[in-house]
Design a protein around this ligand. Structure first.
Ligand code: FA5
Length: 364
């Protein structure tokens, strides 16, 4: 036997089963790969023996080669078996470990959000009317011109229907005689409900409306709340009672309320409702000896803040909606939610409510 062949055989014997013990001792995949490298790596024991193969005479190459390859295959399969064992053990440990508790508080507490001030005020107003016996209903933000204007008694050339005030919508394939727009007020809900239901009814609704307006107190998109009550023998006294109760619940007991004549095409008589200024706490009653503060910028020293429009539903509106105007009477009112929110929180510019700056919103 050649020297090289003898050296290889001795080397294989010396290697023996050592690699199996090293593999069994490896506790991690990295340990195992290191142990394998000591045998089959660049300068591993078996690699060194393989390098001698070139010196083995041709007639011995086959048998020596077979011995070396058999050991190499043994090393590979022992490595694979141990690798599988380690992976299974790892998975087992994962499965039996204490479960990860998703309910534990984080190390850095996440800041908590809250409802937008407009949503909060809208919900509060709706809740007050719900507690007074009104049912909630919703209407679409895109509606027919007829529901927004005509059936509410706006003459066709009324300035509010002008391009300056309304956003018109083109409906693909829509009827040319049925013009569509983003509703300019929530009074559309009156028309929709009265056209599909029979009195008695007491309904409140709220949501976004759109007008071509843009300044510190007017936004192109804002929110309104609309309420109306229709039944037999409803009078202005009920309207005053409901709105006074509402103002007291919103701004506190004893809040002064006054009704000022005003015009809306869909009510007769119509009024605007003011509440005593919540900032200077004036009640405007000279007898009470307390007047508005000359410095109050919110009520402009008048002592009153306008919060809504209202009135007795015009008989023409009943007729347009198929309700017997001889039998039924009713009242309606509508208010801007942003206006109530601005008064409540002393917000000077309506646009702040829609800029979504967290530094502003976090103050509420
Ligand atoms: C109306 O829209 C009537 N539909 C209200 C009504 C209903 C009267 C039922 C009678 C019976 P007016 O255009 O005044 O009315 O708007 C009502 C409120 O919406 C205003 O008092 C104001 O607070 C708010 N408002 C109007 N335009 C804007 C705007 N561009 N941005 C923010 N708020 C607005």
């Amino acid at each position: 036997m050649s020297d090289a062949a003898a050296e290889i055989e001795a080397g294989l014997r010396a290697l023996g089963e050592r690699f199996r013990e090293a593999f069994a001792r490896a506790a991690t995949e990295q340990d195992l790969r290191n142990a394998k490298a000591e045998v089959l790596g660049k300068s591993g024991d078996l690699t060194k023996l393989l390098k001698l193969m070139g010196k083995v005479p041709a007639e011995q190459k086959k048998s020596i080669g077979e011995q070396v390859n058999a050991v190499k295959a043994d090393v590979e399969s022992a490595f694979d078996a141990r690798l599988g064992q380690l992976a299974r053990a790892l998975r087992e440990a994962d499965l039996t470990a204490r479960p990860f508790d998703l309910t534990l508080p984080g190390r850095v507490p996440a800041p908590r959000g809250h409802l937008h001030p407009v949503t909060r005020v809208k919900d509060e107003i709706l809740d007050i009317f719900r507690s007074l016996g009104f049912e909630i209903s919703w209407g679409p933000e895109i509606d027919l011109e007829a529901n927004n204007f005509e059936k509410l008694g706006f003459p066709p050339d009324h300035p509010a229907t002008d391009m300056q005030d309304s956003f018109w919508v083109t409906v693909e394939g829509g009827r040319p005689d049925a013009r569509v727009l983003l509703r300019t007020h929530t009074s559309t809900v009156q028309v929709r409900e009265m056209s599909t239901h029979t009195p008695p009814m007491a309904i409140v609704s709220g949501g976004p409306v759109y007008r071509r307006d843009d300044d510190v107190t007017h936004s192109p998109m804002f929110h309104q709340i609309e309420g109306f009550l229709v039944a037999e023998r409803v009078s202005f006294a009920e309207l005053k009672g409901v709105l006074t109760a509402f103002a007291e619940r919103l701004y506190g007991p004893g809040t002064p309320v006054r009704f000022r004549p005003s015009y809306f095409p869909f009510v007769e008589p119509g009024a605007e409702v003011d509440v005593g200024c919540v900032f200077c706490h004036a009640d405007s009653e000279p007898a009470a000896g307390r007047g508005p503060r000359a410095s109050c910028r919110v009520c402009k020293a008048t002592g009153w803040l306008e919060i809504l429009g209202c009135g007795m539903i015009h008989p023409a509106v009943f007729e347009h909606c198929g309700i017997d105007a001889e039998k039924y009477t009713g009242f309606a009112f509508g208010m801007g939610v942003e206006r109530v929110a601005m008064l409540r929180y002393g917000i000077p510019d309506i646009r702040l409510l829609f800029e979504n700056d967290p530094r502003f919103l976090a103050q509420f």
